[in-house]
Write a new protein. Structure first.
Length: 423
């Protein structure tokens, strides 16, 4: 059962500190109230073996539910501390519950929600904190929270579409390679001693499969080296700054895949910037936060240049158009929004356009990729089947040649003695 360290005030007004056991932080709070203690701080304690190297990030789904619940509480006029206490007691996510406990303490000490949230980047992204800051200045916290919840929900839906589109082809590819590895690494080597004993002439497909299977038996160290190099290369591409730059530039140049990545980034960019502009965040600050939230380095570098040009007084649409990142329809929307003062609505319209285009490109990708994968898997399985069947025919043919052709029976010639026969 988890342990919770608490700080409370007894009925006489004296501070009390201690540790209690409970299933959840809400149960611990109720237990303290039953003991006539008013809790001011409750947080989960950890044992000597419970440690973490990095803070666990909260899933976007959990953050979306929290944001929507907090918007309802704020709209109903419930104080922030009471709302956070209620949500924290009900949430099952440990990292989110711990962050909310710290938020409650900061708010009770006179802090602002945005400042307290900024201290937990593992829970609240930069754009989230930026919208909270603007909402606190304009007094529209409930509206900003609703906008954030809608954005998070749309982002979750978009990511789900991409994952669902790629899951089936990836499963098929993994099964194909798994089949080849099983046949080449285990099944075919079982027949190798038989082939050598019979000394049959094996066909080319079988010899190719046997050569490939050697990398799992005699030449296993070569396979181990290749796997180690592959793992190192993947880590270099995902961890090292230079490797990340190569990877993200290369992904944008891959046919079809590059288009999907483009529209996913642009949809996220327009959605976040539109939410921040609608919440009253200054445009340069909103563009800075949105740029930092962009996952692709190529986009981030060009958007930073556009922001610098914007600060130099070149407006909003012109620097973005010069980045050559946005299609013609989005450029026109930016111009109209800048000229008419409806940039937030135009950004939302652009986000909807990119979302629809992204869904269309994902469908196109799956429509093309699934038949290719089926043919690829069929070719691999067919090649392996041909290699095994042709090897069996080769062995049988060799056995027949060793036996030689069947000999005809020797004719019997009868010799007749003419004299003795009396003829």
């Amino acid at each position: 059962m988890p342990k919770f360290a608490y700080a409370a005030i007894d009925p006489e007004g004296a501070p009390v500190e201690g540790v209690t056991k409970a299933d959840t932080i809400g149960s611990a709070r109720a237990l303290l109230v039953e003991q006539n203690l008013f809790p001011t701080k409750i947080e989960e304690t950890k044992g000597m073996l419970d440690f973490e190297l990095t803070k666990e990030k909260v899933k976007k789904k959990e953050l979306m539910h929290f944001t929507r619940q907090l918007a309802v509480f704020v709209k109903a006029g419930i104080p922030l501390t009471d709302a956070l206490v209620t949500i924290g007691d009900e949430t099952e996510d440990v990292a989110l519950r711990r962050a909310l406990s710290n938020l409650i303490d900061d708010l009770r000490n006179g802090g602002l929600l945005s400042v307290a949230a900024a201290g937990h980047p593992e829970v609240f992204p930069d754009y989230y904190v930026g919208i909270l800051q603007s909402a606190e200045l304009t007094g529209q916290l409930d509206t900003a929270l609703e906008s954030l919840a809608e954005y998070l929900e749309r982002e979750i839906d978009t990511r789900g579409k991409v994952v669902s589109a790629l899951s089936y082809p990836m499963v098929v590819m993994v099964m194909a390679f798994g089949t080849v590895l099983l046949l080449a690494g285990y099944v075919l080597p079982q027949f190798k001693p038989l082939f050598e004993e019979l000394g049959a002439e094996l066909p080319l497909p079988t010899r190719m499969m046997l050569f490939f299977s050697r990398f799992f038996t005699d030449l296993w160290y070569v396979t181990a080296i290749v796997i180690a190099i592959s793992v190192a290369a993947v880590m270099f591409l995902f961890k090292h700054p230079t490797g990340k730059l190569w990877k993200e530039r290369g992904v944008l140049k891959v046919p079809i895949i590059g288009g999907i990545v483009d529209y996913a980034i642009l949809e996220r960019f327009c959605r976040i910037l539109g939410a921040m502009v609608q919440a009253g965040v200054p445009l340069p600050e909103g563009l800075k936060t949105t740029t930092q939230a962009t996952s692709n380095i190529v986009y981030r570098e060009r958007l930073e240049v556009a922001r610098d040009q914007m600060l130099e007084g070149r407006g909003f649409s012109a620097p973005l158009i010069e980045t050559e990142l946005f299609p013609g329809a989005a450029r026109q929307m930016f111009k109209v929004g800048e000229e008419t003062g409806t940039l937030d609505k135009q950004l939302e319209t652009a986000a909807i356009y990119f979302d629809r285009e992204l869904e269309s490109r994902i469908k196109k990708f799956t429509t093309m990729f699934e038949p290719v994968m089926i043919v690829f898997v069929g070719a691999i399985v067919g090649f392996v089947a041909i290699a095994l069947v042709s090897a069996m025919y080769g062995v049988l043919g060799g056995m027949k040649e060793e036996a030689g052709p069947a000999q005809a029976p020797t004719p019997v010639v009868a010799v007749v003695d003419v004299e003795s026969s009396g003829i």
